[in-house]
Design a binder for this molecule. Structure first.
Ligand code: ADP
Length: 174
């Protein structure tokens, strides 16, 4: 894997160096709260209009739109699993990351920033989500030669530290 993979504290709506940012979307691709609220607020109503014909999406699925008022070229919208409801949760969460990266690769994008999908209102335990998310990205990047840089943007310092520790563990594994 030649791509850079990093985990930082920050706001997914303020990632100007990235070609695409990923939305932790709801099935209807509507604004809502959390990540979706932040991205739609920054993108403006044109993002909501672009999303409508693409909805609904299923858990694990990813779709791509323009980014409008955001400082990126695209938004990739993923529907994570609702923890304890959509099963198998780990496979569905991994599919979000794999499908998002595959879409970015097909568009020839070089950089993608992800939030921690499903760890907000969808209730996925953060430590398990970190393992699944980072494992899926590490497993998919070899099939994405255009992608040079992936960033996980965690809302708080604890989340960023958890993702950094998990990444170190996964990269240290034989
Ligand atoms: P889901 O519905 O997939 O659980 P949420 O948007 O509720 O998605 O939350 C996903 C994660 O993103 C949570 O850990 C939440 O704290 C975090 N989060 C919320 N807003 C932002 C933001 N603006 N930038 C980065 N992460 C955010």
């Amino acid at each position: 894997m030649n791509a850079t993979l990093e985990c930082l504290q920050g706001d997914i709506a303020h990632q100007p160096e990235f070609d695409a940012v990923v939305n932790a979307a709801n099935a209807q691709l509507r604004p809502g709260g959390g990540v979706a609220g932040a991205l739609h607020r920054a993108a403006g109503p044109a993002l909501d209009r672009a999303c409508r014909p693409l909805a609904p999406i299923r858990p694990g699925e990813a779709v791509i739109t323009g980014a409008f008022g955001l400082p990126n070229r695209h938004v990739i919208h993923c529907l994570g699993p609702v923890y304890g409801v959509d099963e198998p949760a780990d496979a569905l969460l991994a599919a979000c990351y794999r499908n998002a990266l595959t879409l970015a690769e097909r568009q020839g994008l070089a950089s993608v920033a992800f939030p921690a999908i499903s760890t907000g209102v969808f209730g996925y335990p953060p430590a398990e989500a970190a393992r699944v998310a980072l494992g899926a990205v590490i497993a998919t990047l070899p099939d994405c030669p255009h992608i040079e840089r992936v960033r996980f943007v965690l809302f708080d310092a604890t989340g960023a530290e958890l993702f950094r520790r998990t990444l170190a563990t996964l990269q240290g594994a034989p």
